[in-house]
Design a protein around this ligand. Structure first.
Ligand code: ATP
Ligand code: MG
Length: 564
């Protein structure tokens, strides 16, 4: 491609709304432009990289026996009502006029097709995939294409006769994902994950460590344990029972609203203070007791509640129901609430919690004697340097970007949409499903997050829009024009994709800046000095190393650099 004809709108300024390197560079290098919040147009250069990522994904999906579909983005709303996912918060965008929704993922459509055509165990297993646009009602699209309202996903689905066979399809995907991300040149790791809106029996995420990431993960550098904070197991011990059993007593605690204020007021260790949080689960109130200042993890809460919708109860509703403010709620005398608690509180006594009356708390609460608890769960958020649940070493907490997610769905969608097969004995059984996603834009953005410097993008050869950037330093010099034209042709014929900066009236300094910003792996520079010795200069973008090479050796040298 000749730059004089190309549409590659580079810009020097960093746009104010772009706060992370990939977002800034994707705009500055002319890869994409925002249309509206969370919606991006990919420009030709950006789309070339995207197609390369898509090709790698497609090859690896085909290699595990995947069959490619193209499913519609427009879905009947009724299908999502049937699966029970119509009202998941921040998930589905809808088109009111026609009772249609824009699909955020495709388990439902896959299940619908399988339900029509899978008849017997002989039709299974299947691996079905597509690479297609998804829509999500993201409340706060941000970080450029990392969190869009519209994005391209590779989504695949396994259909199997049993959970054992599901494991096989799942493992094949895990292996294919490793290959895909390695081929894309990404440094990644795998964590145990929360299954969220997908449901199912287990899932893992493929993560890229990055300060720009919205996920928080827990890593053990000693044994390799890695988990999303949403599922990281807490190992902090239970609050011990004290032998001295006392009766409940009310204590006056004026102007005390938080656990910290209460600990200070009573001069007590926080672990004896039971924090009460009020939620609604399927519109019914639920009290959650946490130990001291432990932070409730909503994903863990979602797992404990095993489905349904939940949300923190708004303050006004809470005081209307209980007559007290959030800081004064507690389990004693609270009517009409289901109560669950963090497992640290199991068996504890001597606890203090709110009295359901402003400015009062109750002491000597015994979880066994005084509170009807519906279940103890691991609900707390793990903190940095706590002990690893596998080996006891201190855990590291870091930010990460989720590139891909693989789920063992089980029979959730087969049950909801009645997808069955006949087994060897002619008995109808639900098809066992798995679901597996990769965000294509996230591959590109992560590649840029991991490969950039102060001058611009540093593409690796797998995803670079072009492999070679060829610069003619001065288009007024006939010899430079002739030689660079010829090299453009030769390099292209050698199968190397070339972006040829043949622009006139652009200074060499400007051309070099653009070449660094665009970041193709190899930069070939045709200038007067070199031509005197029949040489051109090669600059490797990643190392900055420059060498003069004889023109006759150019192709072989470039090829060699691109295989290293
Ligand atoms: P997140 O937790 O980041 O919101 P998710 O868990 O909802 O993502 P999945 O349903 O697992 O996402 O979707 C599969 C993949 O699609 C993700 O691993 C991610 O790479 C990509 N993806 C999901 N949401 C977005 C988005 N809003 N913008 C860009 N890519 C996305
Ligand atoms: Mg996910």
């Amino acid at each position: 491609m000749r730059l004089s004809n190309a549409f590659i709108p580079t810009q020097k300024e960093t746009p104010a709304e772009a706060t992370i390197p990939s977002h800034q560079l994707m705009i500055r290098a002319g890869l994409m432009r925002q249309l509206t919040a969370g919606v991006y147009s990919f420009l030709p250069l950006g789309f070339r990289s995207m197609l390369k990522a898509i090709q790698i994904v497609r090859e690896e999906m085909n290699a595990i026996g995947g069959q490619e579909f193209l499913l519609p983005a427009l879905n009947p709303e009724s299908l999502w009502v049937q699966s029970g996912r119509r009202n998941i918060p921040n998930f589905i965008l809808s088109i009111r006029e026609r009772d249609l929704v824009l699909a955020p993922t495709h388990e439902e459509v896959i299940a619908q097709i399988a339900g029509m055509h899978i008849q017997s165990y002989k039709d299974l297993p299947q691996i079905w995939y597509q690479i297609q646009t998804k829509f999500r009602n993201e409340p706060r699209p941000r970080s450029g294409v990392l969190r869009g309202r519209q994005f391209i996903m590779k989504d695949s689905y396994t259909l199997d006769t049993s959970f054992e066979n599901l494991d096989k399809g799942y493992d094949k995907h895990a292996e294919a994902y490793r290959k895909i991300f390695a081929r894309c040149g990404l440094k990644f790791f795998i964590v145990g994950a929360y299954s969220g809106a997908m449901g199912g029996t287990g899932s893992q995420e493929f993560m890229v460590e990055s300060a720009s990431g919205e996920d928080t993960v827990v890593l053990c550098e000693k044994c390799g344990y890695a988990a999303n904070l949403e599922v990281a197991k807490s190992t902090v011990g239970n609050v011990a029972r004290v032998p001295d059993v006392k009766s409940l007593a009310e204590i006056h605690t004026p102007n005390v609203h938080t656990i910290d204020e209460l600990a200070e007021f009573l001069k007590m260790d926080r672990k004896w203070l039971a924090k009460s949080l009020v939620y609604e689960h399927n519109s019914k109130p639920i009290l959650i007791l946490m130990c001291g200042n432990d932070q409730l993890n909503e994903a863990k809460l979602g797992t404990a509640l095993a489905g349904g919708e939940f949300r923190a109860m708004p303050a006004e509703e809470l005081s209307r129901m209980t007559g007290a403010d959030a800081g004064s709620i507690g389990p004693i005398g609270l009517k009409g609430f289901r109560i669950i608690a963090d497992k640290r509180l199991e068996g504890a006594n001597n606890l203090i919690s709110g009295a359901n009356r402003n400015d009062y708390h109750i002491s000597n609460i015994d979880m066994q004697r005084d509170v009807k608890v519906d279940g103890y769960f691991d609900l707390r958020t793990v903190e940095s340097a706590e002990a690893c649940s596998s080996c006891g070493s201190p855990l590291k907490i870091t930010n990460a970007i989720e590139l891909g997610h693989i789920f063992k769905l089980g029979t959730k969608y087969s049950d909801a949409l009645n997808v069955t097969y006949l087994d060897e004995n002619g008995q109808a059984k639900p098809v066992v499903m798995g679901s597996y996603g990769i965000g294509i834009e996230r591959i590109i953005a992560c590649a840029i997050e991991q490969n950039n410097d102060k001058d611009g993008i540093v593409w690796n050869k797998a995803l670079a829009p072009y492999l070679v950037h060829l610069t003619a330093i001065n288009m007024n010099n006939k010899e430079i024009v002739q030689t660079s034209d010829k090299l453009y042709q030769l390099l292209t014929e050698a199968g190397l994709e070339v972006l040829f900066d043949d622009r006139g009236n652009v200074s060499p300094g400007f051309k070099f800046k653009d070449a660094d910003l665009l970041g193709m792996p190899v930069h070939v520079i045709v200038g007067e000095k070199g031509l005197k010795n029949n040489q051109v200069e090669i600059k490797v973008r990643r190392t900055g190393v420059r060498t003069m090479v004889p023109i006759d050796d150019l192709i072989s040298t470039v090829k060699k650099l691109l295989t290293d």
